[in-house]
Design a protein around this ligand. Structure first.
Ligand code: CO
Ligand code: ZN
Length: 325
């Protein structure tokens, strides 16, 4: 799994430019599902046929990043955010464009307090000497993602882009293990989650499943002086009760709890006050779709070094496999 997570997290794919990620997943699932298609939004939909209920499992392929809005005469790039991007976190980080060009994020040093920094008072330096030179390397509208390698240490994975490539890796792993079920399983790798749960909306409308799960990351409440939350790293995948975008359907939540308990899979209940997931779009699609979520406890979400526990990842695979049966 670690190898798969490494490949997926290091593949370029900010919101709206998920093609490379979709290509990688397509290769991984070649011949392992009955059908593979992409829709207009770029969602990759992989179907394992069955005569029972239609179950949709969604994980988003897109990652956060920056988009170039302006290049000044000295060759410095101004940018906007793709997804949630706190200025304090991105300061001093490297970003990489699709063509491999790397830039450093810095700020106008007349600001005396970083808390006052906004994206508009920050810039990216790609080492160009002028606008003309810069424009040979990047253009307005180009997107870049953060640089942050993927390492494993004491059973933890530290990487950029774990949100939500770890979810993609879990879905791929479930599909590869081909759990025995009569149900029709839709492994859906969605687009544009970070900019408003957009891909999941059209994917769910195209499928109209009987039940759906979003597989994503969730915050933890186990770091120094963080906000109160009962989720801890390494104590099992979470079963979603609520995030800012959805209140999980009680039947979905109960089925997940039952699947975990019957199979002795550790789990935690998740109440996340900030942040949404694809379930937020799916549950209000068509006439309403019973939806819930399984999340991976993750520290430092949207930082260039997010952290998950591999045990939680493995247990999420087991939990989802048990659920779809
Ligand atoms: Co996110
Ligand atoms: Zn996410």
């Amino acid at each position: 799994m670690l190898e798969m997570i490494k490949i997926l997290t290091q593949t370029f794919g900010p919101s709206g430019s998920e093609k490379k990620v979709a290509g990688v997943i397509q290769k991984m699932l070649e011949g392992k599902v009955d059908e593979m298609r992409t829709d207009t939004m770029g969602n990759l939909i992989c179907v394992k046929k069955g005569s029972g209920k239609k179950i949709m499992l969604a994980a988003h392929m897109d990652e956060i990043g920056v988009i170039i809005s302006y290049i000044d005469e000295k060759g410095f790039l101004r940018f906007g955010n793709i997804g949630g991007l706190p200025p304090m976190i991105i300061l001093g980080q490297r970003v990489m464009f699709e063509n491999g060009i790397v830039g450093v994020v810095w700020y106008e040093e007349s600001i005396d307090n970083m808390k006052n920094a906004k994206h508009d008072t920050m810039y990216i330096d790609i080492g160009a000497g002028s606008r003309e030179e810069a424009e040979k390397l990047v253009k307005v509208g180009d997107m870049a993602v953060f640089v942050g390698d993927t390492i494993e240490q004491h059973g933890k994975v530290i990487s950029k882009g774990l949100d939500d490539r770890v979810g993609c890796a879990i879905l791929v792993q479930v599909a590869l293990s081909q759990p025995k079920t009569d149900n029709e399983i839709y492994y859906v790798f969605t687009t544009q989650e970070e900019v408003g749960l957009r891909g999941a909306k059209t994917a769910a409308f195209g499928i109209v499943p009987d039940m759906a799960l979003a597989i994503d990351v969730c915050d933890t409440g186990d770091t120094p002086k963080c906000k109160h939350m009962s989720v801890k790293l390494g104590k099992g995948p979470t079963i979603k009760i609520k995030d800012r975008s959805v209140i999980a359907h009680p039947e979905v939540k109960d089925r997940l709890v039952k699947a975990a308990e019957q199979n002795k899979i550790p789990y935690q209940l998740e109440v996340m006050m900030d942040g949404g997931t694809d379930a937020g779009s799916i549950h209000i699609t068509a006439g309403g779709i019973p939806s819930g979520g399984v999340s991976i406890p993750t520290r430092f979400i949207h930082d260039t070094a997010e952290m998950v526990d591999l045990n939680d990842v493995e247990n999420a695979v087991s939990l989802i496999s048990a659920f779809i049966k």
